[in-house]
Design a protein around this ligand. Structure first.
Ligand code: HEC
Length: 185
């Protein structure tokens, strides 16, 4: 009898202890969740993830810059070696930087063609935000198809990302880092 009572109270104590530690674990978990969402708010880490519809009507967006001819500083990029090239840069909704930084969701398309009509190249930059590409202003780089949908490489992978073309897009655009990596505005 005595043995049973003792056993019973040990069990009770165990239950209380387990409950207490569960509450402790729960409150720590809740607390860390709270911290996450607070830091998210203070860093304004919103994210804009582009899809095919993002670029579809790019031809009607405000034309920010237009250049013609070869441009040795471009090398092969944007058909810099083609003396008949035409390069148009469209800013979606005519977006402007705010205090030197483009807002998350900014979309810019560069459309390069040539006189012979053998070239119809579309590149794009989208301000994705949320620490996506911190060393390059959180921009995401894209190659598009002529209809404005996101191009795919020969393995079927979407041609987009922080390091598109082995990082060549980003490293050349770093030349405009003082203007948030955008040359044309
Ligand atoms: C060798 C340098 C170089 C490389 C590589 C390069 N760009 Fe550019 N890009 C420029 C320059 C310079 C401009 C400004 C327009 C001009 O002078 O023709 C520009 C303009 C643009 C624009 C219009 C916004 C702006 O900055 O004016 C977009 C969008 C763009 N490039 C996307 C890309 C993408 C995507 C890649 C990689 C696939 C890429 N660029 C690779 C030099 C480069």
């Amino acid at each position: 009898m005595h043995y049973q009572l003792c056993n019973n109270s040990t069990m009770k104590a165990n239950i209380i202890l387990t409950t207490l530690s569960t509450i402790l674990v729960l409150s720590i978990t809740l607390d860390s969740c709270k911290k996450d969402s607070t830091s998210e708010q203070t860093n304004t880490n919103t994210e804009f993830i582009a899809d095919n519809s993002t670029f579809s009507d790019f031809m009607s967006w405000p034309l920010q810059a237009e250049k013609n001819g070869a441009d040795p500083s471009l090398g092969m990029a944007h058909a810099g070696n083609d003396s008949t090239a035409n390069r148009k840069v469209h800013f979606k909704s005519g977006v402007n930087p705010v205090n030197g930084v483009y807002p998350v969701g900014s979309v810019i398309v560069k459309h390069t063609t040539n006189k012979a009509g053998t070239l119809n190249e579309l590149t794009a930059m989208v301000k994705r935000g949320n620490n996506f590409n911190p060393s390059k202003g959180n921009w995401e780089f894209f190659m598009l198809k002529p209809d404005g949908s996101i191009a795919q490489d020969s393995t079927g992978m979407s041609m987009r990302g922080a390091n598109l073309m082995n990082g060549m897009c980003g490293s050349c655009h770093a030349g405009a880092s003082a203007k948030d990596f955008i040359f044309s505005k």
